[in-house]
Design a protein around this ligand. Structure first.
Ligand code: SF4
Ligand code: SF4
Ligand code: SF4
Length: 188
């Protein structure tokens, strides 16, 4: 019987090591891809029932303007003539003059429907996420105006900067399929 060749033994040992390293390297890459995929499946969103409209949404986001915007659940709205999300508490007159609007950037469109009903629509390209309208509507109205993270804008930071300062502790990661919360359906 021939003696084992020490060089052959080393070669075989090195081949096994290389395969092992490749396996672990592949495992590491796969794990990273998996964790990225999982992270992408979960996105930051606001629970409107916890939001206390503190105003930090407008200033804390890494984006300017903020990815936090006002949304309107029309199923909850009273279509009020005197909308407390649209008008300040002491409007001069009940018309659409800039001085009579609570929104600092005029992002809420008020449209007459029929006496005495009006519809309120948010132009999110203008909205800066200050939550003033949501506060007014929640304090004195039905709370149909509420804050949500606009998923078309948010870059889904590892740690949401607004979540860190959110006074209502309203932020959490949610599955991407449930990325928007329809407030009315949560309340029923
Ligand atoms: S009041 Fe603030 S949150 Fe509401 S629409 Fe205007 S900018 Fe957006
Ligand atoms: S995750 Fe980032 S981009 Fe999205 S709302 Fe939070 S701070 Fe803004
Ligand atoms: S930071 Fe939190 S409590 Fe404040 S307006 Fe945004 S979601 Fe609401």
């Amino acid at each position: 019987m021939s003696k084992p060749d020490p060089a052959e033994g080393r070669r075989s040992f090195l081949e096994k090591m290389t395969k092992g390293v490749s396996f672990f390297a592949l495992g590491g890459v796969t794990g990273k891809l998996l964790s990225n995929a999982l992270r992408e499946e979960m996105v930051w969103q606001i629970d409107p029932l916890k939001c206390i409209q503190c105003g930090n949404c407008a200033t804390a986001c890494v984006l300017t303007p903020s990815a936090s915007k006002c949304y309107h659940d029309f199923s909850m709205c009273g279509y009020c003539r005197v909308c407390t999300g649209f008008f300040p508490t002491d409007p001069t007159t009940l018309d659409e003059g800039a001085e009579n609007q609570l929104c600092p950037v005029g992002a809420i469109q008020r449209k007459f429907v029929e006496e005495p009903y009006y519809e309120y629509e948010i132009d999110r390209t203008l909205c800066i996420g200050c939550a003033r309208c949501a506060k007014g509507c929640t304090s004195y109205g039905n709370g149909s105006l509420y804050m949500q993270i606009d998923r078309t804008l948010c870059v889904n930071c590892n740690q949401c900067a607004i979540a860190l300062v959110c006074e209502g502790k309203a932020f959490s990661r949610v599955p991407v399929e449930q990325q928007y919360v329809l407030k009315g359906s949560r309340m029923s």
